[in-house]
Ligand binder design. Structure first.
Ligand SMILES: Cc1cc2nc3c(=O)[nH]c(=O)nc-3n(C[C@H](O)[C@H](O)[C@H](O)COP(=O)(O)OP(=O)(O)OC[C@H]3O[C@@H](n4cnc5c(N)ncnc54)[C@H](O)[C@@H]3O)c2cc1C
Length: 502
């Protein structure tokens, strides 16, 4: 459908950011082409099959499932969700266990409050404050209407009205880590509950907002798994006339007279463009596709100060087990347990989780369901994996799978002899598959000593290029990725003095 007078937007990367940029480019009347190095769309938002079972790689919660939010509008326009989408019937964020005791963060906050107080009556006051703060954090909705630099006074007033109480939460929880916050509870189980899910070095408010998103019905999991969501977005892009080129790696972005003029494929072929939108990880972007001198100062600082700007990945294992595992147990799908200490990467872990995927038929086959575990890995762990030879890497992975299996069987005796190993993967898997910096599948962790990255998309000294992708706004994630793709198109429209409302 190319016409002579239509301008062409070329997008690098076919993940959620790239697909969203593609759909919005077409909605705005541009021609759009996506270039993706892998054979399928989705980037980090995918899944794969092993022994006939489907393993999910991404969605633990999808922010923007509440229909009255700006984010839902983006998911709907890109085809990721529709009014007919069915969601998993999951009624808890997760469960933590310790010393024979159990505590669950239910979506029903009253239920959680009662359960936590029953577990630890001496923490009643702190528990009530926690629940109240989560309730307030429901006000924190992801702003996906337009980039913040385009906000006017009215937008700020509106936000102030909608989030009237949230500044209180930010003030109290914005400058302490989850670990520091957890110390306010006397019960060891509750301390563990606070630290189990989100890396304990994150600021405490991110944990509150994550739980609030689930509790508010705004972070559900669409049935059909992550890859299927990416495929729906790809379908919408193609239906609107977009072209997507797979197995096509980009070697560089061409700049002439301070203007992006197109891209050069690894094959050497040049593809001209009126606008270029890179959506790939910013590390390879400035290491390879663009001269490093264009890297914004805030990113230079973040890559330099690893301790204040950690990146997060995982050592993950998937198994098939009896489909009845975790049925009618009165706990959530994700259960954290105490384990015999295990060194994974550079650090030793005393806890891990098992997530049962039986909530969606796509993960169930022949009376068995998939279960998975993910042990958080960060920069120092990445360096460990990276230091191994190919042979050592293979052996370490195998040994760790055996050790993880032992610990799962110890924590869940009903699974003894029932674990059918499906797959294991590490930070290096994400580095290989997505060129992810330190294997990180989110952007930098939001810590009290690190500033949130907020790139405006434009790079000093280059016109017609708008950076998108989850790394433009830490801590990343699917809503950041999708919104960044939409924002890139709105920034182009604004530069052309056109209406940005799409
Ligand atoms: C285990 C796991 C769990 C997660 N859970 C959640 C969750 O519950 N909720 C949530 O919101 N987010 C979650 N995420 C994060 C989410 O998947 C990412 O934030 C999001 O998918 C990032 O999208 P993106 O388009 O910005 O980047 P990517 O998905 O990395 O897409 C970039 C694309 O660019 C391609 N590319 C790279 N270099 C080149 C090149 N030179 N040429 C051509 N193409 C190139 C890559 O192959 C990739 O497809 C999770 C991720 C993982 C892995």
């Amino acid at each position: 459908m190319e016409t002579a007078n239509k301008q062409k937007v070329v997008i690098i990367g076919g993940g959620v950011a790239g697909l969203t940029a593609g759909v919005y480019a077409l909605m705005a009347g541009f021609d759009a082409e996506i270039y993706e190095k892998n054979a399928i769309p989705g980037g980090e938002c995918i899944g794969w099959n092993r022994k006939g079972y489907h393993i999910d790689n991404c969605i633990h919660w999808l922010t923007g499932t509440r229909k009255d939010t700006e984010m839902y509008d983006v998911w709907k326009k890109t085809g990721a969700l529709s009014d007919d989408t069915k969601y998993a019937e999951i009624n808890a964020f997760f469960t933590s266990t310790y010393n024979g005791q159990t505590a669950t963060l239910w979506n029903d906050l009253e239920k959680t409050e009662k359960e936590l107080i029953a577990v630890s009556p001496e923490d009643e006051e702190e528990i009530k404050h926690f629940i109240e703060s989560v309730e307030i954090s429901k006000q924190c909705l992801f702003p996906a209407g337009k980039p913040m630099e385009m906000w006017g006074v009215k937008d700020y007033i509106e936000m102030g009205k909608n989030m009237a109480d949230f500044p209180k939460v930010m003030k109290e929880f914005g400058k302490i880590t989850i670990e520091e916050y957890s110390k306010r509870f006397k019960s060891v189980l509750l301390q563990k509950l606070m630290c189990d899910y989100i890396p304990a070095s994150y600021t405490a408010y991110s944990f509150l907002v994550s739980y609030a998103t689930m509790a508010d019905g705004n972070g559900m999991i669409p049935l059909g798994a992550s890859l299927q969501m990416s495929l729906r977005m790809e379908r919408r892009f193609k239906e609107l006339g977009g072209k997507i080129f797979y197995n096509t790696s980009i070697a560089k972005i061409n700049i002439e007279k301070k203007k992006a003029t197109g891209i050069t494929l690894e094959s050497g072929e040049f593809v001209g463009a009126d606008y270029v939108i890179p959506t790939i990880d910013t590390h390879p972007l400035f290491e390879k596709l663009l001269p490093k001198s264009y890297m914004p100062k805030e990113l230079v600082k973040a890559y330099k100060e690893e301790k204040n700007y950690p990146a997060t990945s995982g050592f993950q294992v998937a198994y098939a087990v009896d489909a009845h595992f975790n049925e009618n147990t009165g706990r959530g799908e994700t259960i954290f347990v105490e384990i015999e200490p295990l060194k994974i990467g550079a650090r030793t872990f005393g806890r891990m989780y098992v997530k049962a995927y039986g909530y969606d038929p796509i993960f169930v086959k022949d009376g068995k369901q998939v279960i998975q575990t993910c042990i958080t890995q960060t920069d120092e762990d990445y360096y460990y994996w990276k230091s191994l030879t190919k042979e050592e890497y293979k052996n370490v992975k195998e040994q760790l799978v055996a050790e993880v299996s032992k610990r799962i069987e110890a924590a869940f005796p009903e699974l003894q002899g029932d674990l059918e190993f499906l797959d294991a993967w590490t930070p290096l898997t994400y580095e290989r598959y997505c060129h992810a910096y330190h294997g990180s599948y989110m952007s930098f962790i939001t810590t009290p000593n690190g500033k949130q990255i907020r790139m405006k998309g434009k790079l000093k000294g280059i016109d017609n290029l708008y950076v998108a992708g989850q790394w433009t706004n830490s801590p990343g994630g699917l809503p950041v990725a999708a919104a960044s793709g939409k924002f890139a198109i709105q920034r182009i429209l604004k530069s052309q003095k056109r209406d940005i409302n799409l």
